[in-house]
Every structure is written in structure tokens, then in C-alpha cells.
Design a protein around this ligand. Structure first.
Ligand SMILES: [Zn+2]
Length: 145
């Protein structure tokens, strides 16, 4: 005899920045948005068994303000994540060497305009790791400054 755990588990997948360029209502920067898809599964003893659909969220790549995609937005998000459009922006963290400790700056590179601007600067490694985790970034190219 044992305890049987059941419930809903979700798996996330990050897409983007992708799709049309949109102006953010918070920071007013116009960029493609980052999309995050959460696949929901009903599980028994943490073994996923029943697919329960997916939730989509869209975020501004700069200030990370965003929302859950609902109704028409969800349909659009589904279409956008399937599209194979090349990204026009790139997030690049740069290591900066100080005397005492290494800090990190996160930059957004715009491949269209060639513009590059900082999203967050002077972060400690732990801050940078937390930001990466909170914003679901998996792979970002690291450059030594
Ligand atoms: Zn924004």
C-alpha cells in the first residue's frame, strides 16, 4: 500500500521572439514577442497520462510584461509558434569583468536596425541566473565584454 498522487503537471516550451512586431504598452518598445506554451497533463504518480490542452502566454522581450493568450489571441499564438519565421531580435548577455567580481549585462540585439540596448546591467551571476530562469530563457549566447 502506498500513497497515489494525482493532479496536473505542465511542461513549458519557449518560442521567440516571433511573429509580428508589436508595441509594448508598458515600455513602448516595438519588438516581436516571446511566446511560452504550457502543455498540461493529468498525471497519476507523476506519470503524465491525459493531455489537457495547452495555455499560451506572450511577453515583451524587453520588460517582460505579458499576458495569457485567450480566445482569438490563443489561435494567433498557436499559429505564430508553428511558423518558421526567423527571429529579428537576439538576447545576448555580456560578461563584464570588474576588479572584485564578474557581473553580467543582458542586451537585446535588433538584427533589423543593428541597434543594441541593455535590458539589465551590472547583475551578479546569481541575479543573471534568476532572470534567465524567471524569463524562461534556455539558450542565450554569452559574450565576454
Ligand atoms: Zn515592454
Amino acid at each position: 500500500m502506498g500513497v497515489v498522487y494525482y493532479g496536473v503537471k505542465s511542461f513549458k516550451k519557449v518560442y521567440g521572439p516571433k511573429g509580428d512586431v508589436k508595441e509594448c504598452s508598458f515600455c513602448h518598445k516595438a519588438y516581436q514577442e516571446t511566446y511560452v506554451k504550457f502543455n498540461k497533463w493529468g498525471h497519476i504518480d507523476f506519470i503524465p497520462l491525459i493531455p489537457l490542452g495547452a495555455d499560451y502566454y506572450h511577453f515583451c522581450p524587453v520588460c517582460f510584461n505579458g499576458d495569457k493568450c485567450i480566445k482569438e489571441g490563443k489561435k494567433e499564438a498557436k499559429r505564430i509558434v508553428k511558423e518558421n519565421t526567423p527571429v529579428t531580435t537576439n538576447l545576448v548577455p555580456r560578461g563584464v569583468h570588474h576588479v572584485a567580481e564578474k557581473t553580467y549585462d543582458l542586451y537585446l540585439d535588433d538584427k533589423n536596425s543593428g541597434e543594441s540596448f541593455p535590458i539589465s546591467t551590472g547583475m551578479k551571476k546569481s541575479d543573471y541566473k534568476a532572470l534567465k530562469k524567471n524569463r524562461f530563457y534556455k539558450k542565450i549566447e554569452e559574450v565576454d565584454a
